[in-house]
Design a binder for this molecule. Structure first.
Ligand SMILES: Nc1nc2c(c(=O)[nH]1)N[C@H]1C(S)=C(S)[C@@H](COP(=O)(O)OP(=O)(O)OC[C@H]3O[C@@H](n4cnc5c(=O)[nH]c(N)nc54)[C@H](O)[C@@H]3O)O[C@H]1N2
Ligand SMILES: Nc1nc2c(c(=O)[nH]1)N[C@H]1C(S)=C(S)[C@@H](COP(=O)(O)OP(=O)(O)OC[C@H]3O[C@@H](n4cnc5c(=O)[nH]c(N)nc54)[C@H](O)[C@@H]3O)O[C@H]1N2
Ligand SMILES: [Mo]
Length: 691
């Protein structure tokens, strides 16, 4: 074989990350030999993150599942025996058919972002479950609280142009750790810094990102909403406002003035644990900088008051008129730019009998509770793909109890034998991104990215689409939608009549590998107003929130578990635990592969020297982190990188690979956020003891 026989295939990184990289896969004699970031794609810029740079170790891992299997041990034990695809599919079709004949809502799909692809993540699978009449899954586990707060205030999931950030004079990095979780976005922030911007990081932990910023402000977890209210109070009191912008493009300013009158930095200081002076200076710096950008991120989404916190922060750029500038405003997600054709991809119209079985929705974030307590009908079958709920969902004891139900029929389609796979009755092998076709939108940039298979499926692995196509055939679903090839589905991904998709034909995208949406460059979404709210304005006052039973104005929505909001609980469990992403893992993906596990070492708990001393903990000690919901173990890292009162355990480890059979979700709560029904992973009081 000589180098000229090598072929380069255009691919997309499938993982749940705002960067959605364009990749190039070099293939020789049917084997992928190299994966790199596409150098012609502006956002990817020829580089990949520390994980995906070593992607072939995942694709060719000897841990890959290669054959269908059925359970032979107890649920959770993880003992399986090889079967044929025919036996696997016949078993599944028969069982689902039986259940559906009674009430199809007893069947629940469970999927999230194992792949973000529109073909493998939200097409044939959705068609199949719609046609069955299964329960719908509310996919809330990551971003739904912030999305709801943003929607109430700004409207569509559209923010500032991520590539325009370079011209900002001040960037607030708020609840994000881009050095770890948005590394290609970080490049633009660094460029802004080189051009003279100040970067301020707002995070309870001094992260790698915080260390590279000009200033770090460390609020207590879940108190950002109070910080933003106090900033508004200062902006208004000191008249750091763009009155023309407010008059033309906002709703409810007078009511907002009234609301925040008493919510001063002195009010917010004891709640946030940030000095009033620091808050006041932050507000002044923010009010005076032109243009100012807020890069808010998902670290803000995981406390009880998250919806309101994001809503409060989203009000700030309308007060200062920052939205007038390309490098101003705020950025949470830009996914709303993509004209995804959901009705073509997912075909909700295939439901057989919505009158007799009105669809019901089950929230994925408290799946343990749903499996244990839902009735009318109870969940009798769960089909898991693109997700690892046993490890990622909060309150593991409850989740495992749900999955351990003897009467629950559980199918898991996976690349690896995850903690969830151990509970499967039938375990199916899935293809990796290099083995199937897909098309990707992004939530962190404005390019669509195409993925063409580079190699043949390993072993007997099959793509998600193919599994549901085969099951549909067995269940007699005759609609033509079930015969669409992946290529045909890829062509249905975007609404071609939408001007943003101009030029974005399936062929053109496939040939080029990536394409920017047809948006102005830069896109300046709200320079002239045009918000996606009912009034078309930035809504300081939201009638829609009032109708949903929320405070219509920005308000203080406290954490469920904190020293100030729940002093009784804090007597027993005084430390606030947050469990943000580890750099070398992607949620639980990669957390079973030797290179990445070695780099992370072992589960860790960062604790402030004062908190450690008080508990007799020294650096390197094994500690137990516990509350009423459960416990897990980790190595103590005594460090001033976390503020006193807060402990940090980078996540998400596999339970069965972490030594004690538990990960951080042993202690997290299954309570939900104020808006959007999201989980509250970072709103969690614990006590820590040496073992
Ligand atoms: N390497 C890596 N990259 C990832 C992921 C991964 O697992 N690993 N996961 C991907 C996914 S699914 C997502 S959703 C994103 C998540 O990435 P981000 O959007 O960056 O969100 P998090 O990492 O959850 O939290 C960001 C920061 O918020 C801080 N934080 C925690 N609680 C609070 C709070 O109450 N207030 C404030 N101001 N800050 C708080 C945390 O300490 C953390 O440093 O990253 C994606 N990228
Ligand atoms: N304590 C704590 N818990 C958290 C978080 C946290 O910060 N702290 N973060 C939360 C967040 S932000 C998120 S988004 C969720 C993430 O939750 P999940 O979306 O469940 O993410 P992963 O753990 O990466 O699991 C995805 C699984 O899909 C599989 N997969 C990948 N591609 C395919 C495919 O093509 N087909 C099939 N069938 N399977 C595939 C992967 O092998 C992997 O096991 O976790 C949440 N859990
Ligand atoms: Mo996420």
């Amino acid at each position: 074989m000589n180098a000229t026989d090598a072929q380069v295939v255009k691919a997309a990184c499938p993982h749940d990350c705002p960067d959605t990289c364009a990749m190039e896969v070099t293939v020789e004699a049917g084997r992928a030999v190299r994966v790199r970031g596409a150098s012609d794609m502006p956002f990817t810029n020829g580089t990949l993150c520390t994980k995906v740079a070593h992607y072939l170790e995942r694709v060719y891992s000897d841990q890959r599942l290669l054959f269908p299997m059925k359970r032979v041990g107890r649920k959770g034990e993880g003992r399986f025996e090889r079967i044929s695809w025919d036996e696997a599919l016949d078993t599944i079709a028969a069982r689902l058919g039986e259940i559906a004949a009674g009430d199809p809502r007893a069947i629940l799909p469970y999927s999230y972002a194992g792949t973000m692809g529109l073909v493998q993540g939200e097409s044939m699978d959705r068609r199949f479950f719609h046609r069955l009449g299964a329960s719908l899954l509310d996919r809330t586990i990551c971003a739904s609280a912030g999305a709801a707060g943003w929607k109430a205030t700004v409207g569509a999931a559209v923010g500032a142009d991520p590539e325009a950030l370079t011209d900002a004079r001040l960037i607030l990095i708020w609840g994000g750790n881009p050095v770890v979780s948005n590394v290609h976005g970080w490049r633009y922030m660094q460029e802004a810094k080189r051009r003279g911007a100040r970067l301020i990081c707002i995070d309870p932990r001094r992260t790698d990102t915080a260390k590279k910023c000009d200033q770090h402000i460390a609020p207590l977890p879940g108190t950002d909403g109070a910080l933003a209210l106090a900033m508004m109070q200062v902006l208004i009191e000191e008249d750091l406002l763009d009155h023309d912008y407010i008059a033309a493009h906002t709703l409810g300013f007078d009511a907002l003035v009234e609301r925040v009158r008493t919510l001063t930095p002195e009010w917010a200081a004891p709640l946030t644990g940030v000095d009033a002076d620091v808050i006041r200076t932050l507000a002044r710096d923010y009010g005076r900088a032109r243009p100012s950008m807020i890069r808010l991120n998902y670290g803000l989404n995981r406390c009880a008051g998250a919806g309101m916190a994001v809503r409060n922060i989203a009000c700030l750029p309308a007060l200062t008129g920052a939205w007038r500038h390309a490098a101003g405003g705020a950025l949470l997600s830009v996914s709303g730019h993509f004209p995804k054709d959901v009705s073509a991809l997912a075909r909700p119209d295939l439901h057989p009998d919505p009158v007799r079985f009105p669809p019901r929705t089950i929230n994925m974030s408290n799946i343990g509770e749903a499996l244990l307590n839902t009735d009318d009908p109870p969940v009798k079958a769960i089909f898991v793909y693109n997700s690892n709920p046993v490890a990622v969902a909060p309150y593991s004891n409850q989740v495992r109890a749900g999955f351990a139900r003897e009467d629950l029929f559980c199918v898991v389609h996976e690349l690896f034998q995850t903690d969830t796979a151990d509970y499967a009755d039938i375990l199916l092998p899935a293809t990796s991104q290099l083995e199937h076709r897909d098309v990707h939108a992004s939530y962190g940039h404005t390019y669509a990215v195409s993925n063409v298979p580079a190699i043949a499926p390993l072993g007997e692995a099959k793509p998600n689409t193919e599994v549901f196509r085969l099951l549909a055939a067995r269940m007699g679903f005759a609609d033509a939608a079930f015969s669409d090839s992946d290529e045909a589905i890829a062509a249905q991904a975007f609404r071609r009549d939408d001007p943003r998709a101009l030029g974005l034909s399936a062929e053109a995208l496939k040939a080029k590998g990536w394409m920017r949406l047809n948006l102005p460059r830069p896109s300046v979404p709200y320079a002239q107003g045009g918000f996606g709210t009912p009034s078309g304005k930035c809504e300081f006052f939201s009638q829609r929130l009032a109708e949903q039973g929320h405070d219509p104005l920005p308000a203080w929505s406290p954490p469920a578990e904190s020293v100030s909001s729940n002093p009784a609980l804090a007597q027993h469990y005084p430390l606030a635990l947050i469990t943000p992403p580890a750099r070398n893992f992607l949620n639980t993906s990669f957390a079973n592969l030797p290179r990445f596990v070695q780099q992370e070492g072992s589960p860790k708990l960062e604790i402030h020297p004062q908190d450690a001393l008080r508990r007799g903990i020294v650096d390197g000690d094994r500690v137990r982190i516990q509350n009423d919901r459960g416990a897990f173990h980790a190595r103590a890292v005594v460090t001033e990188d976390v503020r006193a009162g807060v402990v940090v355990s980078p996540s998400v480890w596999w339970q069965k690979l972490s030594g004690d059979g538990e990960n951080a979700n042993a202690v997290t709560s299954s309570a939900l956020t104020d808006m959007g029904g999201g989980p509250i992973f970072y709103d969690c009081l614990v006590e820590v003891t040496p073992v």
